[in-house]
Design a protein around this ligand. Structure first.
Ligand code: UDP
Ligand code: MN
Length: 268
């Protein structure tokens, strides 16, 4: 049955649960972009969960926040060498993302990694007339970053992507290399402000000062996720500011239990 448009994220295990919780709250809360208040989203929220991977407690928490909890098979690659080059062996299972294309019960999906912080819900992305859209990657801007994607589910695309996984054709060993191979020359380019990656190691500070208020979504790429620690003494201004923004959403909804530095929670 057709279920319209949906935001979707992915959890292959319990580790990124705080990310998915803040993501859902931020989409529902709304926010301010370029001086304009944007209300909470009118779209439904979905989370793809690795089959048999999440604890009962995590699934209960997700049920409070997401309209659809969709178990999907874990799809892992074999190209460990490339991920070793990236220093990110935990990304071996991110091929699980291709299950998005199988969700043909939805019309369009705006997929967001669990480490995305929407400053405002980007509902306008659903209006774009393209089968696939994404923002450039800061590491190699001719590639798109696979943490924010507008896509149209299609069984045919899913099967092609699965064939690519099986043939080992991901140049980085993870989903981003695979998807960039599949969609090369065929992706609609979204502004960087939809997937702004203020990682500690990269800054274009004058541009951030100029465009920062227009940012719709922040993406905490890399091994250092905001739920691992509170924002204190970061050398990069915008990174610290956005880690603080992540915690502001968290603290609005959850009381930290015990240590200030943990993401154990209880509801208000
Ligand atoms: N993910 C997960 N558990 C993991 C690793 C990844 O659930 O242990 C999911 C999660 O949605 C995450 C996405 O896969 O946001 C991609 O991984 P990550 O964001 O760490 O990659 P990066 O954006 O740093 O390249
Ligand atoms: Mn990410």
């Amino acid at each position: 049955m057709a279920q319209g448009d949906v935001y979707a994220t992915l959890l292959t295990n319990d580790l990124y649960l705080p990310g998915a919780m803040v993501l859902a709250h931020a989409l529902k809360n709304g926010g301010v972009r370029d001086g304009v208040t944007v209300p909470g989203t009118s779209k439904k929220l979905a989370v793809l969960v690795g089959e048999g991977r999440l604890s009962r407690e995590s699934l209960d928490e997700l049920a409070n926040l997401f309209d659809y909890i969709i178990p999907v098979p874990i799809i892992s690659g074999t190209a460990h060498g490339n991920l070793q080059l990236l220093g990110r062996l935990e990304l071996n299972e991110t091929f699980t993302k291709i299950n998005l294309w199988k969700q043909t019960q939805f019309n369009k999906i705006v997929y967001l990694d669990a480490d995305i912080l929407p400053i405002v819900p980007p509902d306008e992305l659903f209006e774009i007339d393209a089968a696939f859209a994404a923002s450039p990657d800061i590491g190699w801007p001719d590639c798109f970053n696979s943490g924010v994607m507008l896509l149209k589910p299609s069984q045919e695309s899913y099967e092609e992507l699965l064939r690519l996984v099986q043939s080992g054709q991901s140049f980085d060993g993870a989903d981003q290399g695979l998807l960039n191979t599949h969609f090369e020359g065929k992706w609609h380019r979204l502004p960087f402000t939809y997937n702004c990656t203020p990682s500690a190691s990269y800054q274009y500070t004058p541009a951030y000062r100029h465009f920062g208020s227009k940012v719709s979504m922040v993406h905490f790429i890399g091994a250092n996720k905001p739920w691992g620690h509170r924002a204190d003494n970061y050398d990069s201004m915008s990174f610290g500011e956005h880690v603080q923004n992540w915690w502001n959403v968290w603290d609005k909804h959850y009381v930290p239990k015990g240590s200030e530095k943990t993401t154990s929670w209880s509801h208000y």
